[in-house]
Structure formats: structure tokens, C-alpha cells
Design a binder for this molecule. Structure first.
Ligand SMILES: [Fe+2]
Length: 249
């Protein structure tokens, strides 16, 4: 069985008022500049702010028709790279929308430079949300060593927005070797788990991990959006307890 997409792709799928997702086309693992025939899917989250600005979190490949659809939501303004691995399409969106601010995650500048990606980041994400979206979205840096990422919480819809922190692959939608890897590390639906690369760093940074998990609990998310695999749209509290443990005392 081959890999399959979260059809339809490149269309805005509303989740709740002012927030939705766009499932993208296949991405391919690149090692040493060589694109390997190993497709996987990725997803972006779109948030409309109260001033009409639109945030694209982990943008999928640029698509003209999609860009027009998003313009109908508001003014595409913020392009967010939540971690150093999700940045590849920010340059394409920034060229189409020159007024956008491109937000950098830790190490993403070096990574983009090393891969000769045509992207210039304008601002850096910080431990707390910037004025630009602080009213609608909270954020924090989730510890994970090399794999650390910024995670976000859309307050009105109580949506936790993750990138790679939790992976929840649907085994029948992915081909080898991802399928075996997802099984091996328990990162598949309905048992989605913390991305395996983050687990050891989390053990070594207990204090930071505890604080981050306490913050996730304090948000009381109702649903969890993920970049890879199936999103979690019910029992988010239960899923968070299973994956991260209960709120620390
Ligand atoms: Fe990823």
C-alpha cells in the first residue's frame, strides 16, 4: 500500500471560528541535498486575528488558488516556522506576500542558510507571545533538545497547535519505512506519542519539561492540531494525560 494524502489538499478547512487547517501535498525526506523517494504529509494551521491579520503556522507549499482563498479570510501577515525543520515554504509565501513577517525558530536561520533556502526571517519567536497575536494566541518553547519547538494555543477555540511534538501517523496512509518507524516508536493513531527524538532531551530537562507540561494543562485544550498524522479533535485532556502525564503538583 502506498502513501495517501489528507484529501482535499490545498484548501482551507475550518476547525472553529477564525482557525482552520490546510493539508499539503507530499513532502519528501532530503538527506545531504538529495530528495529521497520517501513521501510524508504535512499540514499547516491558519489563524485569523481580530485585526484581520492571518497567521500561517508551518506553511505548506505555496499554491496560487490557496493564496487567493486565504486572502479572502484576511491579510496574510505572519509566516511562522515553529521549529528548525518546518520552514521550507516560508520564502515562497513571503515572495507572494511581501508585507508578511517571517518568524524564526531556534537554529532555523542556520539550517535554511546551510540548505541555500531563499528565506529571510524578520523576527524571532520568543518565550511569550508577541503583541501581534498575544490577544488571541499564547505560546511557549517546548523543550526537546535539538528538536525543541514553539507550541501555540488558540484561546477562543482552545486549540493546541503542535508541529512535531506529537506524531499520530495513520498507518494505512503512510508507506515504508515510515510505517515501521511509526510503529516502532509508538507514534501512530490512536496511540500518538511524543516525537521519539524529543524523549531523551525531555528526560534530561526535567524542570523545563515539568513547567511546559504544567502550562499545557493550564490551557485546557479542547483539541490538538498536528503537522503529521491525524489531529486529535476530541478527548484532548485524556490524550494529554496519556502522553505527557497529569498536571504536576
Ligand atoms: Fe515535521
Amino acid at each position: 500500500m502506498g502513501a495517501s494524502l489528507y484529501e482535499p489538499i490545498n484548501v482551507y478547512k475550518p476547525i472553529a471560528p477564525d482557525i482552520g487547517i490546510v493539508d499539503g501535498p507530499f513532502e519528501y525526506l532530503t538527506v545531504g541535498g538529495i530528495r529521497l523517494p520517501l513521501p510524508f504529509t504535512t499540514r499547516m494551521t491558519v489563524v485569523r486575528l481580530s485585526n484581520g491579520d492571518v497567521v500561517l503556522h508551518s506553511p505548506v507549499e505555496f499554491d496560487d488558488r490557496l493564496a487567493k482563498e486565504l486572502q479572502r479570510l484576511g491579510r496574510v501577515r505572519h509566516l511562522v516556522s515553529p521549529n528548525q525543520f518546518h520552514y521550507a515554504h516560508i520564502g515562497e509565501w513571503a515572495r507572494a506576500f511581501p508585507e508578511t513577517i517571517s518568524w524564526a525558530s531556534p537554529r532555523v536561520r542556520q539550517r535554511a542558510l546551510a540548505r541555500h533556502a531563499d528565506i529571510s526571517f524578520t523576527r524571532d519567536l520568543d518565550a511569550s507571545a508577541p503583541d501581534e497575536w498575544g490577544l488571541e494566541i499564547d505560546q511557549m518553547l517546548f523543550p526537546g533538545g535539538y528538536f525543541k519547538e514553539f507550541i501555540f494555543f488558540h484561546k477562543a477555540s482552545r486549540t493546541l497547535i503542535l508541529t512535531d511534538t506529537i506524531i499520530n501517523i495513520e498507518l494505512d496512509k503512510i508507506s515504508e519505512p515510515w510505517r515501521t518507524a511509526a510503529k516502532l516508536f509508538g507514534m501512530y493513531h490512536p496511540y500518538g506519542q511524543i516525537f521519539f527524538g524529543m524523549r531523551l532531551p525531555l528526560l534530561f530537562q526535567r524542570r523545563k519539561a515539568k513547567a511546559a507540561i504544567a502550562k499545557i494543562h493550564s490551557w485546557h485544550p479542547q483539541r490538538i492540531l498536528l503537522s503529521h498524522g491525524r489531529c486529535i479533535d476530541s478527548n484532548a485532556d485524556e490524550v494529554i494525560r496519556r502522553i505527557f502525564g497529569g498536571p504536576p503538583h
